[in-house]
Design a protein around this ligand. Structure first.
Ligand SMILES: [Zn+2]
Ligand SMILES: [Zn+2]
Length: 273
């Protein structure tokens, strides 16, 4: 199943994004299920959020706004009624959950037990010069390899500093914006950094996402995940438009299989060793 899909309820989704259309696409693509993991990004901190103590400006984009949980859940209910043959999971993609621990925990608690089926953890921006700075901005400010090293260092703080999420999304997110002038991106340049993050994730018995929006991770990287003790992999298209639901999954399955992972207990489960 596709465990990472955005809809009209994500602040960065274009007008064409539609949960209903995404369900239609999932059915057409033969997917057994889909998780709607709209962005949960905070811009105003509360007591207990580390970002407040760090005095960082969190506003990267003026259009950022908080997820409307009520509207999101109403649309989700409607889709479950319209598409009874499709397993539709609720979820969120929490940005920088370690910096927003109190806010994020309160949102998850409000959903109640079993309220959110899939919680993805993501790092899209890192603290830099008094601001929570987006990865594309950092590439304009420093050498490309430095961006990745800083990213992985903060990603390790995310994994070690938050247990709210079950799946780590797009673990090398800035790679999508890696500048051509820096030459081809090589995972092995950052092997120690990858391995440190993967070890922390495996130690807390969580799941690594294979994200098909940007460049795919390699089978070698998934072997590092195995070496670290990782046991499960999730597939996510990170679609922000319906046509991308399940995109490039055949290729992703080949890579995951090459690293030794197999389908889990049923068609809705993660892939496992
Ligand atoms: Zn993301
Ligand atoms: Zn996403």
């Amino acid at each position: 199943m596709d465990s990472h899909v955005h809809t009209e309820w994500s602040w960065d989704a274009p007008r064409e994004a539609s949960m209903v259309r995404s369900c239609e696409q999932a059915v057409a693509a033969g997917l057994p299920g889909v998780a709607f993991t709209d962005h949960l990004d905070f811009t105003i901190w509360t007591d207990g959020d580390q970002i407040g103590a760090m005095d960082l400006d969190p506003h990267r984009y003026s259009r950022m706004h908080l997820l409307d949980s009520t509207g999101y859940l109403a649309t989700l209910d409607d889709c479950r009624q319209r598409f009874p043959g499709l397993r539709i999971l609720s979820g969120v993609e929490i940005g920088e959950a370690h910096l927003w621990a109190a806010s994020a925990a309160a949102t998850v608690a409000k959903a109640g037990p079993g309220g959110l089926d899939r919680i993805l953890g993501s790092l899209h921006a890192i603290p830099h010069e008094g601001r929570l700075t987006a990865a594309d901005e950092l590439f304009r400010q420093m050498a490309a390899a430095n961006v990745m090293r800083r990213y992985f260092a903060e990603l390790l703080r995310l994994v070690e500093g938050s247990n709210l999420f079950q799946v780590l999304a797009h673990l090398d997110f800035p790679r999508r914006m890696w500048p051509r002038t820096a030459g081809p991106y090589q995972e092995r340049t950052f092997e120690p950094e990858y391995r440190a993050v993967l070890s922390a994730l495996a130690a807390s018995d969580r799941v690594l996402e294979v994200n098909t929006k940007g460049p795919l991770v390699s089978a070698d990287l998934l072997r590092w995940w195995r070496d670290a003790g990782g046991r499960a992999v999730s597939f996510g298209s990170d679609a922000h438009q319906p046509w991308r639901v399940g995109d490039k999954f055949k290729l992703a399955v080949d890579v995951v299989e090459a690293a030794g992972f197999r389908p889990g207990r049923d068609r809705f489960d993660f892939w496992r060793l």
